[in-house]
Design a protein around this ligand. Structure first.
Ligand code: S3P
Length: 172
């Protein structure tokens, strides 16, 4: 059994994933990190040189491999990964999925000044976030076995609530 964390960019998947894996005695991995390691270049470079579709194909290859090879691992997946139907099939294979939900307001605060995310480049961050969220929020909600609103919680409180959920699933 694995634990997959989904959510918008800046929703804390990596930070929470690392803390949760330690607390649950799981390993930790991150699909963006795996992709950058394999490609030996940053996501910004992948998008700029080969385009978004190429990156999305890399994501599909990575989530397929994870589903077939990893166990007792907390997996933080890129914000766009759950959008492809095929990827959601792999996500369901041997994992519970948790959606770390945050409001546009808090995402705006967290993502202001970020230069690492190609989809947020340019003017009007709020509008970019809103338009992506409009396309994705239902997908995130439907893909999740558990949705947690994180805006008013400290990271340690998020982890506590996720551990409670994992206990209910007999995953810890
Ligand atoms: C993306 C999210 C990013 C990264 C890429 C595209 C997206 O990951 O995969 O920049 O489409 O939402 P994080 O959610 O970890 O920032």
């Amino acid at each position: 059994m694995n634990v997959i964390l989904i959510g918008f960019m800046g929703s804390g998947k990596t930070t929470i994933g690392k803390m949760l894996s330690g607390a649950a005695g799981y390993r930790f991995t991150d699909t963006d990190e795996l992709i950058e390691l394999r490609e030996k270049r940053k996501i910004n470079d992948i998008f700029a040189t080969d385009g978004e579709e190429y990156f999305r194909d890399l994501e599909t290859a990575v989530i397929k491999e994870i589903a077939n090879t990893m166990d007792r691992t907390v997996i933080s997946v890129g914000g766009g990964l759950p959008v492809r139907d095929e990827n959601r099939t792999y996500m369901k294979q041997n994992a519970v999925t948790i959606y770390l939900r945050a409001t546009v307001d808090s995402l705006c605060k967290r993502l202001g000044g970020d230069t690492t995310r190609p989809l947020l480049k340019g003017d009007d961050l709020r509008q970019r976030i809103e338009s992506l969220m409009e396309k994705r929020s239902r997908i995130y909600e439907e893909a999740a076995d558990f949705v947690l609103d994180t805006d008013s919680l400290l990271p340690s409180e998020v982890v506590e609530k996720l551990l409670e959920f994992l206990k209910q699933c007999d995953a810890v």
